[in-house]
Design a binder for this molecule. Sequence first.
Ligand code: OAD
Length: 253
Amino acid sequence: MMFAEELLDTLRQARHVVVFTGAGVSAESGIPTFRDRLDGLWSRLPPATLATTAAFRADPSLVWGWYQWRRTLVHRAQPNPAHRAIAELAGMVPQLTLITQNVDDLHERAGSQDVIHLHGQLERPRCFTCGREPGSPLPAPDEPQAGRHVIPPACEHCGGPLRPGVVWFGESLPADALSQAFHAAEQCDLLISVGTSGVVYPAAEIPQVAWRMRATVLHVNPQPGPLHGEREFALASAAGVALPALLDAAFAG
Ligand code: OAD
């Protein structure tokens, strides 16, 4: 792959890099994205039937079963070269902040630390009624099929149903994660946005904030959107190919 010298220099000289990821970074691990035309999760099932408090109230075991199926996919999956390149990059630059919209743990399993999860985590359920988290982790999922109903476990404190620890439509993002993410976007000199369609707000504002605060922005996406021009680059390629190649070009030799 060929890279603009200006981009390579920006990466080599950056003091603070923000990496901002979406579902596309896990696509090569076999985890479906949300909006890809053929196999996007939301193209098969409208999110309002599964990813809202109203949906959970109406049919908790449908919603819990669907998230157990997603846990199964994540448990079976392995981090891919994109997750690994991001973890490696943290050791190559003075400061790196990793912000993800993903609810999987593939960044952590690739070796990234202190990942900011803007949309929550599959492995951090909490009580739908009292909000408290269980004392022990969920057992490994038992291979449910998509669409199978699974009764949510009861909260050990109040007996209410556990709900997935993810952000649903209409809910606020976790305040700490959000403020850390915006703070990093304001401070960084390079933001690398990987595998996100950039249509879900407020997360989608993060690269825009970095760009307005004069950072360079790089998009890694086989289908990149339109660019502003100045201080903005795109690599129209799969993340698992583009990110290792970028690190090689910038830092090898
Ligand atoms: P989307 O499904 O909206 O977008 C995935 C993006 O990844 C698309 O732009 C694809 O072109 C790109 N892509 C696909 N394969 C790729 C690859 N191998 N390498 C790089 N890019 C690739 O997913 P998100 O932008 O993450 O929120 O969606 C944002 C939010 O919408 C999600 O966090 C979720 C969803 O509703 C909640 O559930 C709160």
